[in-house]
Design a protein around this ligand. Structure first.
Ligand code: ARG
Ligand code: ZN
Length: 872
């Protein structure tokens, strides 16, 4: 059953208000809901009211206080229908009983570590009560929670606490009121025995907001960084976007069983605890940065998502793409802008490009789906953010802000669409964005080809840019995109080159807008042959191919004023060499020498910061190399080519690298700040090169592992040892596991590291871990760490020729699917690499999926992913 965007229609009834009454007991939870409905002005009398419900059993039903007769309603697996509701405002009261303890899908009301909690986005509220469970139904909520005081001293819901007290028999209650009308997917409830830390924030308008983070008792000290991040997020949104918080309280709860990162429920964010807890001994610098980012992301949703929400789930990237853009900007302002940009683009290339170029490709705003949970994708989130970023580039900072201000002013309190979002920028800037809007509706990564020539006699430089986008599922034809190209021309000594005039198209300052199949620009009055620096700051999510020589690229790597392109030029060279070597071309020693020299120059450059240098020396990911090859890939050969090139690069300079590594050791006590973290990442980048490329590296890694005083250094040493499968790797894995036994989040790191081993024993070891009777098989973090890490980041073993890797994953997924379909479906998206592989591997991957499909009754989530990959 497929749902189409074009079929969108309003419900015949609207919701005026919702009153809920939860009675929580150990064995079950009773939910009584009173919903005030009203027919819309156009609704004919006698139009049935159809409510969503998922796995609910109705115990009683009444309209305006009178029980409804059996003949007048129908309740089944997917909902509740009232045949002939009153043709006026009326109150429907229903009662259901839930078993949160048995809810392992982790959608709706469930229990995590004894705490009752909820997840409703996108369609979890219908697992709590019968409702119009769609984002365009907005209503104020009042929620009463009654629970045993002993097991659940903390009772939370959205909005403000308006009453609480004793309810006799060892029970107590709390009454929460959320005055701002909201869609049901933002509903939340938490009840449990939790510790907390508190703080406060005074908004620019003078409102004092009480802040609290709730967690398992004893974990309070681990929440400090999250609280600090929250306060900085609140201040940043005021300063950068003029957005102020609107309630008296803001609560965050950390839980251990959670299907994804976190959830922006109004006034009550619920987090996967891995995105809250951090101590230097157990969390890495990357964990700290992620916590800061996700705390900000969920907080920013209060405006982009909650106060202005989505009309339907096709519009998901209206809130997600925009909010990712906002969190990326926040991280850029709080840390290093170029470093943040490089990280974000790396992530896009490693995760989104493969999605966009494979069987699961879809536009940031899809127009149909079978299972909406399968569309919380990197395309909706990360590419969605890139689209917003391009808008900001085209409009300039002031123009973009003007549009955003208008968006907040015009649409506050609404459930709206991508079209309405684009319209505010059209109105604010007086431009036409209809062609630009194709970024939201067309899938696929455009390929841009640049070619140029220089005529010394006439001092003219000619640059041709052409775009082409390959077909994606259901979209054979791709009209041209509007592509902003930020650029500069570099003169012979690296300084910027000017020009007198341009013919053939418009160039505004440093921006070319490519909006047709191709454009040829003629720059006049160019004194020398320039080297073009194109797509500065990665100004559009495209793949660029140029005719630049390796020498030109390394010139950019040394001289470009744009840090992103400096990094990118060097990566392009390294990726090209590895791709060539993986396909059997033997490399020219001079090319490798030149790359090494550029790397060494970068390392020696006193004007560049450590975090940037660390990115420059981090060698391209195997999936990036595989994409560069494009077809008939043997991932084993890619891994070998990568390792060989690193060895050739490192060998002649290993002593210098080792000395540098030694000098970078921490002297100050640990702090997660960007500067110190940058230093550690450079040092660990050097360790990675040394371990892969020199005989002394393995011992250095082992020593660092043993001496480490923080998780960043210890985990880096472990991961590097495992990835290179050094002689010490098995023992280090063993030590890590026992050293941190009992800490589930560190266990995840162990699982992740274990899944990255390149040796042929890795699958057997993982199978044993998974089969152990005490493996927490219903916890998404554990499953994702072991299996997600394997399918996404160990292609050589996942895509083994004998099919063992594929079968290991499909067999595990079949079991997980019985318990938690979302987790199973997500893991299986790793099979999207199949079209890239050489025939034998591709066939064995397809066979594994075919047998999964034919031998199991798959959930809608998993069935959808498997079908799309096999059809692709
Ligand atoms: N809205 C949440 C966030 O981005 C994530 C919800 C994910 N839901 C899902 N079904 N995958 O912050
Ligand atoms: Zn989000």
């Amino acid at each position: 059953h497929t749902i189409f965007l074009k079929d969108y229609a309003e419900t015949p009834y609207s919701v005026v208000s919702v009153d809920m009454d939860f009675k929580i007991e150990e064995a079950s939870t009773r939910v009584r809901t009173q919903i005030t409905f009203e027919p819309r002005p156009t609704t004919e009398p006698g139009t049935p009211l159809v409510l969503d419900g998922d796995g609910l059993t109705l115990s009683s039903i009444a309209v305006d206080g009178y029980p409804v007769m059996l003949a007048d309603y129908a309740a089944n697996e997917t909902g509740l229908t009232l045949a002939e509701p009153p043709h006026r405002r009326f109150v429907l009261e229903t009662e259901v009983h839930l078993k949160p303890e048995d809810n392992k899908k982790l959608m709706g009301l469930y229990r995590s570590g004894g705490t009752w909690c909820t997840q409703c986005e996108p369609e979890g509220f219908r697992r709590i009560t019968y409702y119009l469970d769609r984002p365009d139904i907005l209503a104020p909520f009042k929620v009463r929670i009654t629970a045993p005081r002993e097991v659940a001293p903390v009772l939370l819901s959205n909005g403000n606490l308006i009453d609480k007290g004793d309810a006799g028999d060892g029970l107590h209650y709390a009454l929460w009121e959320d005055p701002s009308p909201k869609p049901a997917y933002l509903f939340a409830l938490v009840a449990g025995d939790l510790g907390s830390i508190t703080d406060s924030f005074t908004t620019m308008g003078g409102r004092k907001v009480d802040l609290a983070i709730y967690c398992t008792h004893g974990k309070q000290a681990e929440c400090a960084y999250a609280m600090d991040s929250l306060k900085r997020s609140m201040a940043w949104d005021e300063k950068r976007f003029g957005r102020e918080y609107d309630l008296d309280v803001f609560n965050i709860v950390a839980v251990s069983d959670f299907n994804f990162g976190a959830m922006e429920n109004k006034g009550l964010n619920i987090f996967n605890d891995k995105l809250v807890f951090a101590l230097p001994e157990t969390a890495s610098d990357a964990n700290y940065a992620n916590i800061e980012r996700v705390i900000a992301h969920e907080y920013f949703h209060n405006w982009t998502g909650n106060r202005i929400t989505c009309r339907d789930w096709f519009q998901l990237c209206l809130k997600e793409g925009l909010t990712v853009y906002r969190d990326q900007e926040f991280s850029s302002d709080e840390r290093s802008r170029p470093v943040q940009r490089i990280h974000d683009v790396e992530n896009l290339r490693i995760t989104q490009f493969p999605e966009d170029g494979g069987p699961l490709a879809h536009p940031p705003r899809p127009d149909h789906y079978r299972e909406i949970n399968n569309f919380y994708t990197t395309t909706v989130y990360q590419k969605g953010s890139e689209v917003v970023r391009m808008l900001a580039t085209l409009l300039g900072e002031a123009g973009f802000r003007k549009g955003m201000d208008l968006y907040f002013e015009r649409h506050d309190g609404e459930a709206t669409t991508i079209e309405a979002f684009l319209k505010v920028f059209e109105d604010a800037a007086g431009i036409d964005l209809s062609q630009f809007g194709q970024w939201y509706t067309q899938a696929g990564t455009p390929q841009v080809t640049a070619s140029d020539s220089y005529d010394a006699a006439s001092q003219t430089y000619t640059l041709t840019l052409a775009q082409n986008t390959l077909p994606t599922p259901n979209q054979p034809e791709k009209p041209p995109f509007v592509i902003p190209v930020k650029f500069g021309l570099l003169g012979p000594n690296g300084s910027p080159m000017g020009w007198a005039s341009v013919r053939g198209g418009t160039v505004q300052d440093d921006l070319i807008v490519l909006d047709s199949e191709s454009v040829t620009l003629t720059f006049e009055g160019v004194a020398n042959k320039p080297v073009p620096s194109l797509f500065r700051g990665f100004s559009a999510p495209i793949k660029l191919s140029t005719s630049l020589s390796q020498q030109d690229l390394l010139f950019l790597a040394r001289h470009d004023s744009d840090p992103f392109n400096r990094w990118d030029a060097l990566q392009t060279v390294a990726t090209g060499l590895m791709a060539r070597s993986a396909t059997g071309v033997s490399l020219d020693a001079g090319d490798v020498d030149a790359l090494r020299e550029a790397i060494m120059d970068t390392l020696a450059n006193p004007d560049l910061d450590d975090a940037f240098k660390a990115l420059v020396i981090s060698m391209p990911d195997e999936t990036v190399i595989a994409r560069q090859i494009g077809k008939d890939v043997d991932p084993g050969a890619v891994a070998v080519a990568r390792r060989n090139l690193i060895r050739t690069l490192v060998e002649p300079v290993s002593e210098r690298l080792e000395a540098y590594y030694g000098r970078l050791a921490d002297t100050a006590p640990y702090s997660p700040d960007a500067r110190q973290a940058g230093r550690r990442s450079l040092r660990n980048g050097l360790l990675s090169l040394l371990t892969a490329g020199s005989s002394r590296g393995a011992a250095l890694a082992e020593a660092q592992y043993k001496d480490a005083s923080n998780m960043t250094d210890r985990y880096a040493a472990l991961a590097i040892s495992v990835h290179n499968w050094t002689a010490a790797a098995p023992a280090l894995l063993g030590d890590f596991r026992t050293r941190f036994a009992g800490d589930p989040l560190v266990f995840d790191k162990w699982l992740m590291a274990s899944s990255q081993a390149p040796d042929d024993g890795v699958i057997e070891r993982m199978s044993a871990v998974l089969a152990a009777p005490d493996f927490p098989r219903t916890n998404p973090n554990r499953l994702r760490s072991l299996l997600g890490g394997f399918v996404m980041a160990n292609p050589a073993q996942f895509a083994r020729e004998d099919g063992l890797g594929f079968r290991f994953v499909t067999e595990a997924a079949a079991e997980i699917d019985q318990v938690n379909p979302q987790v199973a479906a997500r893991i299986l998206t790793g099979f999207r690499i199949l079209p890239l592989l050489e025939a034998k591997r591709r066939a064995s991957g397809q066979a594994a999926l075919e047998s999964l499909r034919s031998q199991h009754q798959l959930s809608r989530n998993t069935g959808d992913i498997v079908d799309r990959i096999l059809a692709g």
